[in-house]
Design a protein around this ligand. Structure first.
Ligand SMILES: [Zn+2]
Length: 147
């Protein structure tokens, strides 16, 4: 990932899995919820240095998230709702397509990211994301969002 928007894209996608209760792995979900709560607490805890501890915790949570497997419909929903969440949070939803494209390309190489073993790219995934963006923003993506 090369931009903040791309990180937001993966996070938004994973958040939809959690909020949509896509996982049937109850134990993993509980750990994930605790992790998220802990991460939020860590971010709020030290106002003098909000980045350090919180970022580390968040990284661990995201690490947990990307190892969880979901079904094809869940993946589609995570992308579709994810683009809405991204825009609501001030990020350009097109960065979701960019990061999924990059992850798909990286998957061709020998050191494939773990994300791709649990999130296999359908051939038309980026196309589906673009379609979701077009449906969500029929008048075009708002300007000034973070890429
Ligand atoms: Zn997913």
């Amino acid at each position: 990932m090369e931009t903040e928007g791309e990180v937001a894209g993966v996070l938004a996608h994973e958040i939809v899995h959690v909020v949509g209760r896509h996982s049937s792995e109850q134990i993993a979900k509980t750990q994930l919820t605790q992790g998220l709560a802990g991460a939020a607490a860590a971010v709020l805890y030290d106002p003098e240095n909000p980045g350090s501890a919180g970022a580390a915790q968040l990284a661990a949570v995201v690490g947990q998230m990307v190892t969880m497997k979901y079904g094809r419909d869940d993946e589609l929903q995570a992308d579709q709702v994810g683009v809405r969440i991204m825009a609501d949070a001030g990020y350009d939803p097109r960065s979701m397509g960019t990061v999924m494209q990059k992850l798909g390309e990286a998957n061709q190489g020998s050191s494939a990211p773990e994300f791709m073993s649990t999130h296999p790219n359908s051939e038309n995934r980026v196309e589906q994301i673009n379609q979701a963006i077009a449906e969500e923003f029929p008048n075009g993506v708002p300007e000034g969002l973070i890429h």
